[in-house]
Design a protein around this ligand. Sequence first.
Ligand SMILES: Cc1ncc(COP(=O)(O)O)c(C=O)c1O
Length: 359
Amino acid sequence: MSRFWSDIVHRLTPYVPGEQPKLAHPVKLNTNENPYPPSPRVVDAIRRELGETADALRRYPDPSARELRETVAAHHGIRAEQIFVGNGSDEVLAHVFQALLKHAHPILFPDITYSFYPTYARLYEVEYRTVALDEAFAIHLDEYAAPNGGVLFPNPNAPTGRALPLADIERLLERNTESVVVVDEAYVDFGAGSAIGLIDRYPNLLVVQTVSKARSLAGMRVGFAFGNAALIEALNRVKDSFNSYPLDRLAQAAATAAYKDDAWFRDSCDKVVASRERLSAELTALGFEVVPSAANFVFARHEGYDAATLATQLREKEIFVRHFKAPRIDQHLRISIGTDAECDALLNALRDILGGYVG
Ligand SMILES: Cc1ncc(COP(=O)(O)O)c(C=O)c1O
């Protein structure tokens, strides 16, 4: 604390990212990164961008990331003008709060969801109301069709992993026409249907995606928003009042190359999904209740074991999972899908910890 802090800084509760342990070989299942590397074309593209002398780095990058947007537009069958790019989808979401969600009515998002949403709401002084998930952690979008300044939810949701059918999203869009509906699709490629195909029909729909998960590029920080050109213009107005060059040259080259290797992306998603199904079944066999997941993580609890204690015991074995000290979910662990070897290490450690309890 300092008398030099602004009022808003005094009031902030910053988001706390998952731990990045400084160990040689941690089993890191705590931040939903992809266990597989990005396409080899990404490495080639970065090398090409650097060249022999890295001379290109003297110059600022393309502020509009034109080539990247055109590549991603071709991938989704939309126009580059319908795409906004930012420094990770976190930054995209931040601009969304400022550009599109600050209105007279409070915005609505689920009570159990990505914990950055309330953080941004406080930072940008956007009023919000949370809508409770049901007992099985499902979102009921009909409950969002009330006067609001905007609606925001991830599909699949985090940290639960549960996905909504596109038909539910479309039903909400038909009823909620006076404010922006933001669908955060950080995990969509692991098992949900994308709403990008609806942006031509609903001028108030904004879909947010990232290269951090399915394209294995969390380290490059690239995220997108897809929507009507007027929504994209609002985001560009905020971006150009904040930082004209959010994506550096290497990030633009890397993300563009990743979108040009569809086979690699599909293969990596398929492997993660297969491991998720196996891990879910094995955790269930160990006595865990596992929420059905369409993401690259599972959300699970064990009736006989305190989740925080389990996370600490796993940490002692250099296995990192995420535990949230939050109402309704403090007995759950969020476990990112690792390689098969990492999933096995987790399962063996759990067998060890649960000991005689599991026959
Ligand atoms: C639901 C959700 N949205 C957005 C993000 C942000 O992703 P990034 O900033 O890496 O693009 C995350 C990251 O974990 C997330 O879980």
